[in-house]
Write a protein that binds this ligand. Sequence first.
Ligand code: MEV
Length: 504
Amino acid sequence: MNLKTIEEMEITHSKKNIHESSGMNARDFAQLKKRHISFKFDQNKQFSVDLSKNMNQACLFWKYLPPKMITKTKLSGFSRKSQKEKRQIIAKECLGDLNRFSEFEQFHFSDADLQQRIERFSENTLTNHVLPFGVIPNVVIDGKRYHVPAAIEESSVIAAASKAASFWDDRGGFKTIKHNNLKNGQVYFEWNDDVNWLLVNQQNLFQFLTQKVKSLLVNTEKRGGGIHHFEIEQLHDLSASTIKLTVFVNTVDSMGANFINSMLESMANSMEEFALNNGKAKPEIIMSILSNFTPQNFVTIEARTSIDTLTWDKTMKPRDFAEKFVKAVRIADVDVSRAVTHNKGIMNGSDAVILATGNDFRAAEAAVHAYAARSGRYRSLSSAGIDGDEFWMQLTLPIALGTVGGVTKLHPTAAMAFEMLGNPSAHELMKVTAAAGLANNFAAVASLITTGIQKGHMKLHLDNILAAENANKEQRLAAKAFFKDKTVSVNAVRDFMKEFRELV
Ligand code: MEV
């Protein structure tokens, strides 16, 4: 059935008829009436067959529509319009008034060159989308102190990370205990000949392909990287002849997506030559692409201190705190409901650094969650334990970050973020990103096992509500004093503001 919109359907039967003939229940029908949807069945164009049958379909169709389906004009050739036209079209289509197009421009940089640079990062750009760019001070890693740039919209993430970073700064900071720097990508193909021959001769294939992409490797090799090794396997779940060729590479400081993909495509293009040179049938290339699953590209960092220094919460004895903390992390390791939230708390800090440095947070998210589920069960990314008198906590972050390439140096605040970090290597950036994650994780779990997180959240939530209410300094101070021992909610703050404004 090709129904463009509900409004396009013309009804020739009465609504009562639809109800009866469609089998639609009375409640749905009442809603249909409430939403003033008029069915228009055009018998000549859209429905040439039995009308009552089509009505059944139409009513079914309606039932599966999201509530309040908004119909918009199909925009064709949109990408070729000028930017002003794009803003005007979207203002008219989505904001209901063409003249509102200039509202998009209020978020622009005044520097036209800079604005253009940002716009070119993507397509169909209407304006800039801003996020607070903040700092997590005092993140000590391997004896070096960083003030870490972080971009995030969620209140309390930076506050929590800062509190934890400062706490660990006083206890020796975070330490790297393991790291590795190997990315990977695959060429998937059908080997249309003797698969055993291919497996036996795999080293020849690897050498042949390495030779073929030699010119592409020059820059990476100059920086100390290059192809590390190959692996080949049959995807038996599909068929014995469906082959996965994995290339492991060190891309040094670049995230390396473009380099890896170009190299893989070039290898794929040489597969036919390899087969023909060896008198084998032409293979069928299915696809070549880097993998965002990067368990060989990771950093593991640790925070460790003697238990008696775990004075995070004044109301809890350090050993009780340590034991409860370890138990909470173990819960995240064995229970998926908790694991997802626990890992989200880690990514609060890590994503904020990834975003601030113009790195690909989607790749990082995909990578960490696949890693968390690598055993077949989704588990905590961090672990914690007690060794005698010592408490420790560790986080492994298997992500691919870059400090060169992409938008890292083109994006103005990302460039500033790199400068703030002292222009780190990719490995150093991974450590910083992991430390921000571990700091957030520590703060979250520490709050959860003591006061709960709402106390801290609500303080910041109050700030946000007051800002939305345009509270002045006097009103903010009064509200903070008033809500010190009360539950914060949007309505409660609004009521308070109303009364306060009436009184003063
Ligand atoms: C909120 O953004 C993150 C937390 O839920 C993380 C956690 O529960 O560990 C506080």
